[in-house]
Design a protein around this ligand. Structure first.
Ligand code: PTJ
Length: 256
């Protein structure tokens, strides 16, 4: 079905992203349930004013410092992340020296290969976690997400896992790993369990994160350590909730 979204439509950007994701479902990149996850994200994005909430900038700085200080950081990639950000994922992987690993809740060889193709078309060379390469498991997880690559998430000290469900965040933390997530829902289990949670739209976060990594690269290691030490995830989530609550309280329909 050919859909034409007029560029002067007030919701052009949002509708285009939706149409892109619908197409990505047809190509097996996004799972059908990924559309529901996107809708949940959109609802929280409305509450944030479809803009980066100020506290997210502190979380982005902490995430950048954490990636730079990591011994073996890895980017975990699911269908939604690949469909929304393929080119930026490849850039982030380079900036953070973090390999990309495909890790799916709804895993099938067709989806693995569709996501691999999306990343390769965006310039990726090495991609972990495909087929038998995902030969290790995260203990205590029942879903297909338990399967990880021993060269990637298996060996990682820091895992960047956006648009995630809570089980794997808890599983990875129980394995002693630091988990960085991006989730527009500040109340989700992932948001509350992760070591660092950026509450913002992944499409806005990745360019900001790359910029921050490039800035911090020029500082010395102690400054990165200080940024991380001063970051408190629970306080940051509270600041985001305060931001949303203030925004809603001050909202006025006057003049509409
Ligand atoms: O590709 P697969 O098979 O691994 O499946 C991926 C999905 C997304 C279906 C799976 O991870 C899932 O069901 O996720 P959840 O539990 O719905 O969680 C996704 C979270 O991401 C929700 O809290 C959403 O608010 C949030 N989210 C959705 N879109 C965005 C987002 N956060 C940031 N940016 C977005 N664009």
């Amino acid at each position: 079905m050919e859909i034409h979204v007029p560029e002067d439509h007030p919701r052009y950007q949002s509708i285009s992203v939706r149409e892109h994701l619908v197409e990505a479902v047809a190509q097996n990149v996004v799972a059908p349930a990924g559309l529901i996850a996107h809708g949940r994200g959109e609802a929280f994005d409305y509450l944030c004013g479809e803009d980066t909430p100020p506290p997210a900038l502190d979380a982005i700085a902490a995430a950048a410092a954490c990636l730079l200080l990591a011994r073996h950081p890895v980017l975990s990639i699911n269908g939604n992340f690949a469909a929304l950000c393929a080119e930026d994922i490849v850039k982030l992987s380079g900036a953070a020296r973090a390999p990309m690993e495909i890790n799916l809740f709804y895993r099938s060889p067709e989806r693995e290969h569709a996501i691999e193709k999306t990343l390769r078309d965006a310039g990726a060379a090495d991609i972990l976690g495909i087929g038998d390469a995902a030969s290790e498991t995260v203990p205590e997880i029942g879903s297909e997400r338990r399967r990880i690559d021993p060269r990637g998430i298996g060996a990682a000290d820091v895992v960047f896992v956006p648009l995630e469900d809570g089980d794997r965040t808890e599983g990875l933390i129980a394995m002693g790993k630091t988990v960085i997530t991006v989730d527009l829902n500040p109340l989700s289990r992932t948001a509350r369990k992760a070591s660092i949670t950026v509450v913002d739209n992944i499409t806005r976060v990745i360019p900001l994160l790359i910029q921050e990594i490039d800035r911090l690269k020029n500082l010395n290691k102690d400054e990165c350590i200080a940024i991380l030490r001063d970051f408190d995830n629970k306080q940051n989530l509270k600041a985001v909730l305060d931001f949303i609550a203030d925004r809603l309280r001050s909202f006025s329909f006057e003049g509409e």
